[in-house]
Design a protein around this ligand. Structure first.
Ligand code: ASP
Length: 538
């Protein structure tokens, strides 16, 4: 009897499907195991090593450093190629709508997180707990000025040099420079003669005069915001150019597909890296018994807020918008969530977030290319919630009762501070100065929460990544019809394309496959190498 698909082929296809499902979930299992082993190893080694065994800890950190390097190395090609191709293929009318919808989602969820944080911290009142215990101030925190922070944020959107923006961003530092009296120059009233006064015979040294001198200091890592703005602009222009822009578009599409394949390779290394990252952090951790009751309540308040936002609010918004199971979506993003927890950096997690969105949650690649990089840069629900809670906690610690107006100011500035925070570890701690200064709280008091900030950072980063993921899922659903006719180029869904890979001739030669169907742009670029593709599929 003639059938469309022979039974052996069907069996093989089923086997392949099963293998694919197992492989994906195997990674999640491996990641969970890695976290557990990492924590266990950290605590076990603490009993034999002290935090001062810096050299041993440095060696132990090596596998984790490799993972961080690999992930960070992929951020740049991924953001640039994703955003440029994402914008280049969008219909002009769609790009505005998609951008608008993304901004509405980012702002609504961030504000929601802030309001939730404020309600929790005002009801739990962690700053008033614990009687007269005094929290130890630990370390030194980098303090910057609020206005300068905001100006830096805007200035960084427009880098003066796109090459240097890949490794440095600008930050204003204010130095107090002593004014030298001998150099004082005064201008005569008639504006005609200029005379210099030099103090030479004074017996009493005059009080020194200091002048606040702002200076733009370059450094501090990739200017992701500048790269994002530049890539969006370039993508729009390529789109506008039409045929003339085609070669550039093809180039970036090819780069994008290649980077995604590299991401898949790195993902297999991530459990090892995460295990050692976590173990190292737990060895370096301060003695937990030094964390006071107030700080414990503060920690639990932030954690409760993050849990409610990430496990109830965001899933609810996702469900209302898409009518799909939000927890299945969350489960499929698990690799990204665990990586976010392990790395404490939403930028470093971006490659994995995108891979999960496209290949596991099947969100259209063109939506992911736009929404995920922008989200990782500006959408930080977890950070916003934490900033609001931390600011009010510091107010309570200082015995301040905040007015309604001050609470509103905190909610607005916490949103701004979260947008301004880079997707790197503990960036939120630095931008919190914006919130503290807005309501006249002592900025130095961020040192109160420093002891546990590294740990809280992991949870808020996980929620930041979850917020970006749900955002991409919601927009993918809203714009599903708009993108229905646009090829989903790097969603190498095994169920859609498996037949192309199934009938490998017995002699081991690889059958010629229709790559045009799977990677239209790669085919165009002439990388017709099916063996290569098959090897890296998951
Ligand atoms: N570590 C966070 C992130 O990368 C930012 C922060 O809250 O410090 O998303």
């Amino acid at each position: 009897m003639e059938t469309d698909t022979p039974p052996t082929e069907k069996r093989r296809s089923r086997k392949q499907k099963l293998r694919s499902v197992l492989m994906d979930n195997l990674l999640v299992i491996l990641l969970i195991l890695a976290v557990a082993i990492g924590v266990g190893m950290g605590f076990a080694l603490r009993t034999v090593w002290s935090p001062d065994d810096k050299r041993k800890i440095f060696y132990l950190a090596f596998p984790g450093q490799l993972l961080m390097n690999m992930l960070k190395c992929l951020i740049l090609p991924l953001i640039v190629s994703s955003l440029i191709t994402g914008m280049a293929v969008l219909d002009k009318s769609v790009s505005g709508k998609l951008g608008g919808a993304a901004v509405v989602y980012y702002l609504t969820t961030t504000l929601l997180a802030v309001v939730l944080g404020i309600i929790l911290v005002l009801s739990i009142q962690p700053g008033f707990k614990g009687g007269n215990t005094v929290i130890q101030r630990t370390g030194t925190a980098k303090i910057s000025q609020p206005i300068e922070s905001l100006l830096d944020l805007i200035r960084n959107c427009f880098p003066s040099n796109i090459v240097t923006a890949t490794f440095e961003r600008g930050e204003t530092v204010i130095n107090l420079v002593e004014k030298k009296l001998s150099a004082v120059t005064t201008v005569a009233p008639d504006n005609m003669t200029t005379m210099s006064t030099t103090v030479t015979t004074s017996t009493m040294a005059p009080d020194p005069i200091f002048i606040e001198t702002p200076k733009l200091q370059m450094g501090g890592g990739t200017n992701v915001l500048g790269i994002v703005v530049f890539s969006i602009a370039l993508g729009c222009v390529i789109n506008y150019l039409g045929d003339k822009g085609e070669p550039l578009k093809n180039f970036f599409e090819s780069l994008n597909a290649a980077t995604m394949i590299l991401v898949k390779l790195v993902i297999w290394y991530s459990p090892i890296g995460i295990m050692f990252l976590i173990a190292t952090k737990f060895i370096e951790m301060e003695n937990p018994s030094r964390v006071f009751e107030q700080l414990m309540y503060y920690f639990l308040t932030v954690l409760a807020g993050l849990a409610i936002h990430g496990l109830i609010f965001l899933p609810l918004i996702f469900f209302i918008a898409t009518r799909k199971n939000p927890y299945l979506f969350l489960f499929r993003q698990m690799k990204a969530i665990i990586t976010a927890w392990g790395t404490a950096s939403s930028s470093a997690t971006l490659p994995i977030t995108m891979e999960c969105l496209v290949n596991r949650n099947k969100v259209h690649s063109n939506i992911v290319r736009f929404v995920a990089p922008v989200g990782a840069t500006i959408n930080m629900d977890g950070t916003a919630l934490y900033e609001a809670v931390a600011a009010i906690f510091i107010a309570q610690y200082n015995g301040r009762i905040l007015t309604v107006a001050e609470v509103i100011i905190i909610s607005l500035t916490a949103t701004a501070a979260a947008i301004g925070a880079a997707g790197v570890p503990q960036a939120g701690l630095v931008t919190m100065v914006i919130v503290l200064t807005a309501v006249n709280l002592p900025t130095n008091d961020v040192t109160l929460i420093l002891a546990i900030d590294w740990f809280l950072d992991r949870f808020r980063t996980a929620i930041n990544v979850l917020g970006d993921s749900y955002g991409a899922g919601i927009l993918g659903h809203i714009f599903r019809n708009t993108f229905a006719n646009i090829p989903d180029d790097y969603s190498n869904d095994i169920t859609e394309t498996e037949s192309d890979f199934n009938d490998k001739p017995a002699n081991g030669d690889v059958k010629e496959v229709d790559l045009n169907k799977i990677y239209p742009h790669i085919e165009k670029q002439g990388f017709n190498n099916p063996g290569f593709l098959e090897d890296t599929r998951m």
